[in-house]
Design a protein around this ligand. Structure first.
Ligand code: ADP
Length: 490
């Protein structure tokens, strides 16, 4: 009460639950503005009183159907809207994916391009020549270095087969190279990489380039050799240098051989001279010695002290000279006649020497120990006796006054040789003289201090060398000496 039909309609329409219900005004009003008001308030129809029952029903039914239809339409519309939205979302997703894919593809292409550029740069700046040969033997690629080495411009190269006659493939001496030895054929045959295959190519003008070649097959999807990539290194300079070195070596060897022959001749002449001089000196020396001895026997009493002293000096000097000449003769005689080499038991050599040196050893109060494991060597008994006699003689001579002399002889067997060590506890030798003492007339002491001629070790060394051995010393002053004699056993 208090509100009119329009207000009721407005309130119904304002209610969420009622809003959908179609409202039909039933009125006696027939003014157009009232009708408009009714429609504005949310009404759907007007029935003007008086009205027929059937008409009311028919209108209600129609409006209800209309409302249902509207609802279904709205639903269908909503449905459609949703589907459109879904589809749009799917499309936009697909679009995004496509964009991403395109971007990815562009990136990959750029990366590929960069790789391609890098490879091209590497190829062009590489000091190694790179060529690609297809399986038909056609050159399909060559870098700049290849151009330089092969002496052709790139287009020319790529028009050629690997063994085209513009350059001749040869061995290092310029001789022909059989086809199967060529790196291309080798890779094709084994379908695997080859390394450091070397050959030369000869340019039309006759120049020859030496190459060291690595080759690797490139396979197609079926695993068959599609082409072969080769890295060619120009080794001309190296080969030339090697040849030069070989040549120089040969020349050097020849010069050494010539020089050795010259020296040998000079040495022989010198030895012959030394031999004849010492030989010729013997007779006058014998005369001096003989007459001085007679003088000493017959006229010694007639001389005063001074005269006797001079006489003794002359006798001593001529004895020393006789020894010198004998040693020199022995030295220069060495090797003049061929030396027979045969197996010699060193035991035998030393048992003779022990006997020979027994009196001097006893007198000096020293000891001599000789290993009982001395082997048999390839040598010559006279030479071996002379070598070891010399070493033992020196050990006895150059002993120290303050300690009892001890000499030991021990072997050390090597593969095909033996090293005999002759060891003493004598005065020792300063390292500076270790080589010199083996030279003729090299002495470290005066005749008064220690008697000797300075020829002993030179003779021993020469004898050891005649037997294809070696003689050397290790020693320190005051520490004794060890002489090493290396002798072959076969
Ligand atoms: P010599 O003994 O007649 O002087 P060698 O040629 O036998 O001549 O020896 C040369 C020099 O080497 C000797 O004068 C001596 O100084 C030194 N020498 C040789 N053997 C020994 C040794 N066992 N101990 C110390 N010095 C030695």
């Amino acid at each position: 009460p208090g509100i009119d039909g329009f207000e009721i309609c407005r309130r119904l329409k304002a209610d969420e639950q009622m809003r959908e219900i179609p409202i039909i005004f039933m009125t006696i009003v027939t003014k157009t503005e009232d009708k408009v008001r009714g429609f504005e308030a949310g009404g759907v129809d007007y029935i003007t009183k008086p009205f027929q029952h059937e008409e009311v029903l028919a209108r209600v039914t129609t409006h209800l159907r209309l409302r249902d239809l509207t609802r279904r339409l709205e639903e269908a519309n909503e449905n459609l809207e949703r589907r459109v939205q879904k589809r749009t979302a799917a499309l936009s997703q697909a679009n995004q994916e496509l964009q991403a894919e395109i971007a990815e593809r562009i990136r990959a292409e750029e990366a590929l391009e960069r790789e391609r550029m890098l490879l091209a740069n590497i190829m062009e700046t590489s000091p190694v020549s790179i060529i690609v040969v297809n399986r038909a033997g056609q050159l399909t690629f060559a870098n700049s270095q290849a151009e330089r080495v092969l002496g052709l411009v790139k287009d020319e190269i790529t028009q050629r087969t690997y063994n085209a006659p513009a350059w001749r493939i040869t061995d290092f001496a310029g001789g022909p190279l059989p086809d199967e030895k060529l790196p291309f054929q080798q890779v094709m045959a084994i379908q695997k990489p080859v390394y450091d295959v070397q050959h030369a190519i000869e340019w039309p003008d006759g120049r020859r380039v030496f190459l060291a070649i690595n080759g690797a097959p490139l396979l197609d999807e079926l695993g068959q050799v599609k082409s072969v990539v080769f890295a060619l290194q120009d080794i001309t300079k190296r080969k030339r240098a090697e040849a030069e070195i070989r040549q120089l070596n040969q020349e050097l060897e020849q010069r050494v051989a010539d020089r050795t022959a010259e020296l040998e001749t000079a040495n022989k002449e010198l030895e012959a001279f030394a031999y004849s001089v010492s030989h010729d000196l013997r007779a006058p020396l014998r005369a001096i010695n003989g007459f001085t001895t007679i003088l000493a026997h017959r006229h010694r009493t007639n001389l005063n002290n001074e005269g006797r002293h001079y006489l003794d000096n002359i006798l001593q000097a001529s004895d020393q000279m006789a020894r010198l000449i004998d040693d020199l003769l022995a030295y220069s005689r060495l090797g003049r006649s061929g030396v027979q080499r045969q197996p010699i038991a060193l035991d035998d050599v030393f048992s003779l020497l022990v006997e020979e040196f027994a009196p001097r050893l006893k007198e000096s109060g020293g000891s001599l120990q000789i290993s009982d494991e001395l082997p048999v060597v390839m040598g010559n008994k006279t030479l071996l006796t002379q070598i070891f006699s010399n070493l033992l003689d020196n050990a006895l001579t150059y002993r120290r006054a303050d300690v009892p002399l001890q000499i030991t002889v021990t072997p050390q067997t090597k593969a095909k040789a033996v090293i005999i060590r002759v060891c003493d506890n004598g005065i020792g030798i300063a390292p500076a003289y270790h080589d010199k003492i083996f030279n003729i007339f090299q002495r470290l002491h005066s005749e008064e201090e220690y008697p000797g001629t300075g020829i002993g070790l030179a003779t021993a060394k020469k004898s050891v060398e005649i037997l294809s051995g070696r003689l050397w010393v290790e020693s320190e002053v005051g520490q004794g000496s060890v002489f090493f004699v290396r002798l072959p056993m076969e």
